[in-house]
Design a protein around this ligand. Structure first.
Ligand SMILES: [Zn+2]
Length: 406
């Protein structure tokens, strides 16, 4: 089962009854956390047994389903707390401050055509939340193959989880093999009769990272006398950085995926988990992996949602091995990969060919088969799957590619 959380703004804020429901919910969560800590239990059922009756006495009107959800939230908070303690990180006694409430699909009703949520507060009292529905939201509301999961209510918005059965990935007719770099995805698109260089650029991601890094440094210096403010401001910077990068990565992923969907291509990516950089701190920051991991996460998730096959392969030696003769070079420096056998290629593209070969030897099958002849490889033609200027359009589709000559 796949889940997709979709956030909706509320047309006229949260009514006071709902607000007090959020407060009651928070109280129930915190009570359950306290009870769980005292009795050393973390499972939802145990918490329910422990705290249900007491809370029921204090809040006789609260809808029972909400109370059960509160215990579930408390259980997950406690589990995280216990994990942090086990990992020897210092973890303070957990306490939920935020006004947020989660409830399962039995406990609310959503009118999908009108966009109205009917949420019971207590016996005989329901609130109606009118959602702001855009075209993006319509896609989810009108898709009858999606069922409803949990509902999260916050002060200014609600998040509805839509669910669907994991679709079976299609049988690929071609492959899009991509090497993930700091500023771009570089790779090849290979079908049974052709192989072309493809690129998707995201140069502003590295720039954003650098700018926010500098800003944090400056803030730390300026607020050196006030650690608390400094930390709060830095956190805010970090959040903004994440949002900005996330947004761009979504655009890149959408372009890649719509291309893959159109050409019935399987996507080959390197497995970034487990890769660590052990060089200088400055280098680590600049080469920070999280935007790339984030991009992979987005691509993988969206691909799964749309039934596009994704193959992750071990990237070992991918940037140092020659795709034609297999010799492994000592250094990974330079932008061009050159081998004694005569192979000469952009290093990133060469790496993506290695990824493609690893995927194929690992069992990736393509309808019609892939014949890869390095000699016939037309690497002077390049397709751009994505570049920032494409984001100016409302819907980058990646298919109206700009072809150019490198
Ligand atoms: Zn070679």
């Amino acid at each position: 089962m796949l889940y997709k959380g979709v956030a909706f703004s509320l047309e006229s804020g949260l009514p006071p009854e709902a607000k007090s429901l959020l407060e009651d919910f928070r109280l129930a969560v915190n009570n359950a956390i306290r009870a769980g800590l005292q009795a050393r239990v973390t499972s939802r059922n145990a918490l329910t047994r422990l705290a249900y009756r007491d809370f029921r006495q204090d809040h006789p009107g609260m809808y029972a389903q909400h109370l059960v959800s509160a215990f579930e939230v408390a259980a997950s908070v406690l589990k995280n707390h216990r994990r942090r303690i086990r990992d020897c990180a210092n973890s303070r006694v957990p306490y939920v401050r935020r006004l947020v409430m989660k409830t399962e699909n039995q406990a609310y009703r959503l009118d999908r055509s009108e966009g109205i949520i009917d949420l019971p507060v207590r016996a005989g009292c329901h609130v109606h939340l009118r959602l702001v529905v855009s075209r993006y939201h319509r896609r989810y509301l009108d898709d009858t193959s999606l069922s409803l999961g949990s509902l999260t209510v916050l002060l200014d918005r609600v998040v509805v989880a839509f669910r669907k059965e994991t679709p079976r990935p299609f049988d690929p007719a071609s492959v899009l093999s991509l090497d993930t770099n700091e500023r771009s995805l570089d790779g090849v698109f290979a079908s049974c009769d052709d192989i072309t260089v493809v690129k998707a650029y995201f140069p502003d991601v590295a720039r954003i990272q650098r700018r926010h890094h500098d800003r944090r440094k400056r803030l730390q210096k300026k607020k050196a006398h006030d650690r608390r403010t400094s930390r709060a401001l830095c956190r805010k910077e970090g959040r903004r950085e994440h949002h900005r990068i996330d947004h761009r990565m979504h655009h890149v992923a959408n372009a890649v995926l719509s291309f893959a969907e159109k050409h019935k291509a399987a996507i080959v990516l390197e497995d970034l988990t487990g890769i660590r950089h052990n060089r200088s701190k400055e280098f680590n920051r600049r080469m920070s992996l999280w935007p790339r991991r984030k991009l992979h996460q987005i691509i993988e998730y969206k691909a799964q949602w749309n039934g596009i096959p994704v193959v992750k392969v071990d990237p070992r030696y991918s940037s140092r091995r020659c795709p034609t003769c297999g010799r492994i070079q000592d250094s990974r420096m330079g932008t061009v990969f050159e081998c004694g056998c005569g192979w000469r290629m952009d290093r990133h593209i060469s790496a993506s060919i290695n990824l493609l070969q690893t995927a194929i030897s690992g069992g990736l099958e393509v309808a019609g088969g892939l014949r890869f002849d390095p000699g016939a490889f037309q690497h002077d033609v390049m397709m751009t799957l994505y570049e920032p200027a494409m984001a100016a359009r409302s819907e980058p589709n990646g298919t109206s590619c700009v072809s150019g000559v490198t």
